[in-house]
Design a protein around this ligand. Structure first.
Ligand SMILES: [Cu+2]
Length: 115
C-alpha cells in the first residue's frame, strides 16, 4: 500500500465542469493512509492545465508549505514531492489554472503513518 493505485475522487456533473479543470484522480487518493515520510503527489485533471501557474500547498499540524508542481506525464497531470513528513493528518490544497483561463480549487486530505 506504499503507492496506492489512483482512485477516482469524483467528477462534478455541472455543465461547466468541462470548461474548468476538475480533479479526476489523485495519488494518494483522498483519505488514504500513506506509509512513511515521503509523498509523491500525482493529480490528474479532466483538461490541460498550466503547471507553472498552478499552486499546491500542504497543511498539517506543523504548519503549511508551498509545493512547486511540475507537469506530469501529460498536460492534464501535476506532480510534486514532499519529504520529511511526521505521522499525522495532512491536506493538500490545489489551485490550478485551466487552459481556458479559469482557476479551480480543491483539496485532498490524507494521513501519514510510521512504517
Ligand atoms: Cu473554465
Amino acid at each position: 500500500m506504499l503507492f496506492p493505485l489512483m482512485v477516482a475522487v469524483g467528477l462534478l456533473a455541472a455543465a461547466d465542469a468541462r470548461a474548468h479543470a476538475v480533479l479526476v484522480e489523485s495519488s494518494p487518493p483522498a483519505e488514504a493512509e500513506v506509509v512513511g515520510s515521503k509523498v509523491e503527489f500525482r493529480l490528474r485533471y479532466n483538461s490541460r492545465i498550466d503547471a507553472k501557474r498552478s499552486r499546491l500547498s500542504l497543511k498539517g499540524a506543523g504548519g503549511a508549505k508551498t509545493l512547486a508542481p511540475l507537469q506530469g506525464a501529460s498536460e492534464a497531470e501535476l506532480i510534486a514531492r514532499v519529504e520529511g513528513l511526521g505521522p499525522g493528518r495532512y491536506t493538500l490544497f490545489w489551485d490550478v489554472l485551466s487552459v481556458d483561463g479559469h482557476v479551480s480549487r480543491g483539496q485532498v486530505p490524507f494521513i501519514t503513518i510510521t512504517p
